[in-house]
Ligand binder design. Structure first.
Ligand SMILES: NC(=O)c1ccc[n+]([C@@H]2O[C@H](COP(=O)([O-])OP(=O)(O)OC[C@H]3O[C@@H](n4cnc5c(N)ncnc54)[C@H](O)[C@@H]3O)[C@@H](O)[C@H]2O)c1
Length: 356
């Protein structure tokens, strides 16, 4: 599978997964263009692409404003579409903002792709959150879709835009439904980005770890390099019938086990249980782990990295570059409402001139 001289467009390429993908593609000899306006409250960080900053073109625009960069879409041999907001809590606090980021911008972007590069292969970063509370485990692609939060609903809308436009022959999309991804370059600065970001932040600042509930809920975190392998394989494969693959981690672990591994790597930090805060209880899905056999059968993809090993590599990365990911004076920053309103306004009125 060669990416040499392949022209690739990555939306959301300043974020966690997108930047790791960009680095990997540059190493493979691809010509990489990133579209990312550094949406406040998401994980964009210019330092994420530091190793390849002279090798990628950066278009600092919302992918929903794609009509302003048609050439970048035209010349793409393939597109990795990772633009999005991942926080379930943010989506419940600011549902319209989530709709604009995960729904409206995606719709506008895909319409531009159909117009300027019909039939292009697009690999979309979907999420296991669309399934909601599992009826059975491990969860396969046939499980009913019943999202428990706005993030899941809006990500599912974008998921269906990709599939619908592929059924009608306008695009050639593959949707990867990712479980919790972790690794170097995930944001630590922003709260409400999931338990792994919180655990790593707490380890790096030497604070005790807290697990909500009884800690027995299962998760199967997937290391970012493994997830990227799934993107790369999907970029080049023949389109599968359902166009959708679940992508899960190497092993199901309880949240308590995950916290204990992190605490150990932090030098035996204390771990305690606490009751679910009400805002989290309402969107908790209980235990989840992935049945990834379909992508294994079709593409030969399998997660390779055990959590202990991936978490150690992740923490080593942050220890080396901590100042780029955490402000020691403010290690638990808070995303303010005005900041979100600003984003909402910007996206909603993207085509209307700003008032004075
Ligand atoms: N991290 C996970 O565990 C996980 C799990 C399931 C799915 N996903 C999906 O993978 C994708 C990447 O997630 P991540 O963890 O790297 O998140 P991230 O927040 O680190 O990165 C997302 C990036 O997308 C950019 N972005 C947001 N809206 C945009 C828009 N309209 N146009 C262009 N860029 C935009 C942000 O500025 C940010 O840099 C997301 O779509 C997310 O839903 C992530």
């Amino acid at each position: 599978m060669s990416y040499r001289n392949v022209s690739v467009l990555i939306t959301g390429g300043l974020g966690f997964i997108g930047s790791n993908l960009a680095i990997r593609l540059v190493e493979a000899g691809a010509r990489v263009t990133i579209v990312d306006p550094s949406v406040p409250g998401c994980g964009a960080n210019l330092f994420n692409i530091d190793p390849v900053r002279h090798d990628v073109e950066l278009i600092a625009r919302d992918c929903g404003d794609a009509e302003t960069f048609p050439q970048a879409i035209r010349r793409a041999d393939l597109i990795f579409n990772l633009a999005g907001e991942i926080s379930h809590i943010h989506s419940m606090e600011f549902p319209e903002r989530d709709l604009l980021i995960n729904g409206v911008s995606q719709l506008r972007f895909l319409q531009a792709c159909v117009r300027y590069n019909p039939g292009v292969r697009i690999v979309y970063a979907g999420t296991r959150q669309v399934y909601g509370k599992p009826d059975y485990l491990p969860m396969d692609e046939r499980h009913p879709v019943r999202p428990v939060d706005f993030n899941g609903v809006h990500k599912y809308a974008a998921n269906m835009y990709h599939l619908m436009l592929s059924r009608s022959g306008h695009l050639d999309a593959i949707v990867l439904r990712l479980t919790n991804v972790y690794g170097p370059r995930m944001t630590l600065r922003i709260p409400c980005q999931g338990f792994l970001s919180t655990f790593f932040r707490r380890v790096l600042t030497g604070q005790p770890l807290e697990v909500f509930g009884d800690g027995q809920q299962l998760r199967d975190p997937v290391y970012v390099d493994d997830a990227i392998e799934a993107f790369l394989l999907s970029g080049k494969c023949a389109a599968p019938e359902g166009r959708t693959y679940n992508v899960g981690g190497a092993r199901a672990l309880s949240l308590l086990q995950i916290a204990e591994i992190c605490a150990q790597l932090g030098g035996s930090l204390p771990v305690s249980l606490r009751p679910f805060p009400p805002d989290r209880a309402s969107i908790d899905i209980g235990s989840y782990y992935t049945d990834s056999r379909l992508i294994e059968r079709d593409l030969g993809w399998k997660p390779k990295t055990e959590f202990q090993q991936g978490a150690a590599t992740t923490l080593a990365y942050y220890r080396e570059h901590l100042a780029e990911y955490l402000d020691p004076a403010n290690p638990e920053p808070f995303c303010s409402l005005p900041e979100h309103q600003g984003v909402q306004r910007k996206l909603m009125y993207a085509t209307v001139p700003e008032e004075n």
